[in-house]
Ligand binder design. Structure first.
Ligand SMILES: [Fe+2]
Length: 383
């Protein structure tokens, strides 16, 4: 408890109607022209229009950049930052899921520092602060709205890079659970499993602290109790708000404690194969937790207790895997598994690449190449 630790998080507003505060915060920042970053799905769902209306109410001009795709590409970041410069913008406002928020962070990095986005890979590699950034998440998974992380795909290298810096923590996050209404069931399931993975990996991270532990356990309890009901009752606003709260708490935890082997393996799958991030995490989670268990059994038992609530059976690897299986099977992502198959040579290539991912450093167990190959093979049926 006496060990010196820091904890970083942005200002945030949480609750129904937070989206409508976008214009007010842009005005407080002295915005003359806002770059509004989003994607076609969020635009079609109406959330971009809600933000535009909030800016127009305050007579704040803006330019729309809505070309972001899932697993956001370095090319989109470079195009977006050139557009930011051309249009003389001075504030960035991102509305969307993790891909949009990460791309907006990347646009800010290049706008302030020049060069190429891939130059800023790694920890604390951003010399100049980015322009003022407002983030409005429309999913309950990435937590990019409160985190020090931005994950960008290197399109030529077919890999994802992690940028980790307090420079990419937004100035304000407007977290509105009402935005979850327009997500599909499949996306909701995937992002909630991403949240579960964030909270579990933060709790067992070698960089955990008392503050990250509290938020990680808070998120795990919320997901354990409310994930399946929230997926079955999408009309229930309280249940949706619990999932948004879980995402927030998981984000506060992993932003400060970092992540582990599940994310290292999932990042590589996203970069090389373009597999969806949340589904990769959900599918890998049980096998990786089982592999890691002996490195910190008390911590994993505490996770089982948080997932199972009052249940007495919280000791041992089997209880943990069983508790995770209830959530993973119940969310329906297991049905997606058939779409994501790998060959043995692919598993080896992926394993080699995942050893270089920044998230592997804080995993509670130091994995060998052949162990990661086995984890890929066990999870993704080898064709
Ligand atoms: Fe994630």
């Amino acid at each position: 408890m006496n060990e010196m630790r820091k904890f970083l998080c942005p200002e945030f507003v949480f609750g129904s109607g937070a989206v409508s505060l976008a214009g007010r915060y842009a005005e407080h920042m002295g915005a003359s022209k806002v770059l509004l970053v989003t994607d076609p799905g969020v635009r079609d769902a109406g959330w971009t229009a809600a933000v535009q209306a909030s800016l127009e109410e305050r007579d704040i001009s803006y330019e729309l950049y809505d070309a972001i795709l899932p697993n956001p590409r370095d090319t989109q970041v470079m195009e977006g930052s050139a557009f930011y410069e051309e249009q003389n913008c001075d504030v960035i406002l991102a509305v969307g899921g993790g891909s949009v928020l990460d791309a907006a962070k990347g646009i800010g990095i290049v706008a302030a520092n020049g060069g190429h986005i891939l130059d800023y890979e790694g920890v604390d590699a951003i010399p100049e602060p980015i322009p003022p950034l407002i983030c409005i998440p429309t999913t309950c998974g990435s937590s990019a709205d409160v985190s020090q992380f931005a994950i960008i795909t290197d399109t030529k290298g077919h890999r994802k890079i992690a940028i980790i810096s307090k420079s990419v923590v937004p100035d304000i996050a407007l977290i509105d659970p009402d935005t979850l209404e327009t997500m599909s069931h499949e996306l909701m399931a995937a992002v909630c499993l991403d949240t579960l993975t964030h909270s579990i990996e933060a709790y067992v991270s070698q960089a955990h602290s008392f503050m990250t532990d509290r938020h990680a356990l808070g998120a795990i309890e919320l997901v354990g109790e409310h994930l399946i009901p929230a997926l079955s009752h999408r009309e229930d606003r309280t249940l949706q708000a619990y999932m948004m709260q879980a995402s927030l708490e998981a984000g506060l935890a992993f932003s400060n404690a970092s992540l582990g082997l599940v994310h290292a393996m999932a990042h590589v799958l996203g970069g090389l194969k373009d597999f969806p991030h949340g589904i990769c995490n959900g599918l890998l989670l049980q096998n990786v937790c089982s592999y890691n268990y002996d490195a910190c059994p008390e911590r994993y038992d505490r996770i089982t207790k948080a997932l199972r609530g009052s249940c007495d059976d919280i000791h041992g690897k089997e209880s943990l895997v069983e508790a995770l299986a209830i959530l993973v099977e119940g969310s329906g992502v297991r049905e997606e598994l058939g779409k994501f198959k790998l060959s043995s040579p692919e598993c080896r290539t992926l394993a080699q690449m995942s050893l270089k991912d920044a998230c592997i450093v804080t995993n509670p167990r130091e994995p060998e190449l052949k162990e990661i190959v086995s984890l890929y093979e066990e999870t993704f049926t080898v064709r």
